[in-house]
Design a protein around this ligand. Structure first.
Ligand SMILES: Nc1ncnc2c1ncn2[C@@H]1O[C@H](COP(=O)(O)OP(=O)(O)O)[C@@H](O)[C@H]1O
Ligand SMILES: [Mg+2]
Length: 581
């Protein structure tokens, strides 16, 4: 490929909306072009990387026995109504109408369509197990599209769906996909971790996220350096403190804390550690009668230690909160606590409130909490003495670094990660909703056990760049680089020798199947080198009259500090070795 036939377009400066390094570099290197919020054109250079990513995924999916098909982007609403997701999915689901006012969705994922295919096509146990996948455009009307392709609204995903006759077989399919994902991300040269993930409303089943380690990642991943424990922060369990609650030593004292409504401010004012304070969060749940009207409202007070954060996923699994909760209104707060938000606490309530204490809070003594009176807190509060024991004690907080590992084999550490893949044992959620059954040996209909397996194809570009870059630009892992080798001739249009040598190397590399690009644009050397360093091509060969005079050329790997001089005879064998070609 010659640069003039291809398309190279680089920028000196990244646009102002690019916050993370991968977004900046992808824009500057001309990989993507913004069309709207979270909507990008994949420019020729970027598309080459996408295709390489797709090919690795395709090869490994096929190797694992999955079968490729392609499902439509625009899908009739009927199937989505069958599972209820047309109504229950939030505004992320893009709903559109056709000319006949019929409802459609732009697919954010394809469980409905694939389950519809499976229930028609996989009629007998003999057709199972089966795993279908496609690599297709998705649309999710994300609340906060950002970081370029990392969280787009339109993006490419590989999604696979497994169908099995029973749970045991479904677990095998799941493991097969898990292993394929490990191979896929290893081949892409990424540093990643598979972490146990929350299974949300479905519950009970297994799920893992594949997280590329990067400080800019949106997810917090928790692991134990001394064992193989790894989970995302939603799931990672915070154990109860090992030591029993100490006996209270201080009297309950109403203490003025004027204008100090946060735990941080109160701790600073009183000169005590943040760990002695307790934070109050108020929720409400409504019970409805048969007519659908609210028959009873319960107000909940969730307590976590001042330096801890509430884990909403954990809270939403508690009996009573599982069915859905909302934030309490100011009116409800005032009638139950006799106070406006800011100074709330569990002591001296006006009406019954259901109190859920985090395990850590339940083990505290002499703690500080709001006094349910503006500008006052209680110090020296003690369970059992100053207030009843909590109604519920549960793990409702995020773990923090140094917490004991749930497997008892050390303490937890936390890293940031970018979720590039997600594997999920779905069970029968969709087969029940859509009556996807097969006939067993006895001719009896049985529900299919399903799994779903996603990979964020376009997100991988961002993740790979977050892990591989320097001040000069991108450093592509060899397997997904847009080109493996760039030939930079100096004076291609002026010197016959340079042109002949560059063309020959180009032809030789092409002949052995190397993705090579010859930069015949006639750029100045400095600008030419800067472009290819920005674009991140792993290997560069510079051919100039000065070198050729001595039969030499220059080679530089993208991570090398300096160029090295090679004879023309050494060049091809050296490149072959480096490329593994
Ligand atoms: N808005 C997005 N932009 C780019 N990639 C995405 C986006 N949302 C999801 N992905 C990718 O698709 C994969 C499968 O998606 P899924 O797990 O269903 O999404 P989520 O984790 O957002 O619920 C994710 O692991 C991620 O790599
Ligand atoms: Mg996910």
């Amino acid at each position: 490929m010659k640069a003039t036939q291809f398309f190279v377009s680089t920028l000196k400066e990244a646009p102002a909306d690019a916050e993370v390094v991968s977004h900046k570099l992808m824009m500057r290197a001309g990989f993507i072009k913004r069309l709207g919020a979270g909507i990008y054109s994949y420019m020729p250079m970027g598309l080459r990387v996408i295709r390489k990513v797709e090919n690795i995924i395709r090869e490994e999916m096929n190797r694992a026995g999955a079968v490729e098909l392609l499902m439509p982007i625009v899908q009739p609403a009927e199937l989505w109504q069958e599972t209820g997701r047309f109504e229950t999915m939030g505004p992320e689901l893009m709903r559109v109408k056709d000319r006949h006012e019929r409802d459609f969705v732009i697919q954010p994922t394809s469980e409905e369509v694939i389950t519809d295919i499976a229930r028609q096509e996989l009629r007998s146990y003999r057709a199972l197990p089966k795993n279908f996948y496609h690599i297709q455009t998705k649309f999710r009307d994300e609340r906060r599209p950002r970081f370029g392709v990392m969280r787009g609204r339109e993006f490419t995903m590989k999604d696979a769906y497994s169908f099995d006759r029973d749970l045991e077989s479904a677990r095998k399919s799941y493991q097969g996909m898990y292993d394929a994902y490990v191979r896929i991300f290893e081949r892409m040269g990424l540093t990643f971790r598979a972490v146990a993930a929350d299974t949300g409303a479905i519950g009970g089943d297994i799920s893992h996220e594949f997280q590329v380690i990067a400080d800019t990642g949106e997810d917090a991943i928790v692991y134990c350096p001394g064992s193989d424990y790894a989970a995302n922060i939603e799931l990672a369990e915070a154990l109860a403190p090992a030591a029993p609650r100490a006996a209270g030593a201080k009297p309950l004292t109403k203490t003025p804390t004027p204008g100090k409504s946060t735990c941080e401010d109160v701790a600073a004012l009183l000169g005590v550690p943040l760990e002695t304070t307790v934070k109050s969060l108020v929720l409400a749940t409504d019970e409805k009668n048969a007519a659908g009207d609210v028959a009873k409202t319960t107000v909940w007070l969730l307590l976590v230690r001042g330096d801890h954060a509430l884990n909403e996923v954990k809270a939403s699994k508690l009996p009573g909160l599982k069915e859905g909760f909302r934030f309490a209104t100011v009116g409800e707060i005032e009638s139950h606590f006799g106070c406006k938000p800011g100074y709330l606490g569990p002591i001296g309530l006006k009406q019954p409130v259901k109190i859920v204490a985090d395990r850590t809070v339940a083990a505290m003594s002499d703690f500080i909490c709001g006094a349910n009176e503006s500008d006052f807190h209680f110090t020296g509060a003690n369970w059992g003495r100053d207030l009843p024991e909590p109604d519920v004690v549960a793990d409702i907080r995020n773990v923090v670094e140094g917490d004991p590992s749930p497997d008892g084999r050390g303490v937890l550490a936390i890293q940031r990660g970018i979720e590039v893949g997600h594997v999920f044992l779905l069970g029968t959620k969709y087969s029940v909703a859509m009556k996807a059954t097969y006939l067993d040996e006895g001719g009896k209909p049985q529900l299919m056990q399903m799994g779903c397996f996603g990979i964020g194809v376009t997100r991988i570009l961002g993740a790979a760049i977050e892990q591989n870059n320097d001040e000069r630009g991108i450093i592509w892992p060899a397997s997904i680089a847009p080109f493996s080798v760039v030939i930079c001739p100096i004076g291609y249009d002026r010197s016959d020798d340079v042109r002949v040598a560059a063309d020959k190397l180009h032809a030789d590399l092409q002949a052995i199947g190397v993705d090579v690009l010859l930069d015949d644009r006639g750029e100045r050397p400095g600008a030419m080198f800067a472009d290819w360093e920005l674009i991140g091509v792993p290997h560069r060969v510079v051919i100039s009259d000065r070198g050729l005079k001595d039969g030499k050329v220059e080679y530089q790997g993208r991570r090398d500090a300096q160029a090295s001089t090679l004879t023309l005879a050494e060049l091809l064998p050296t490149l072959k070795t480096k490329l593994g070609a």
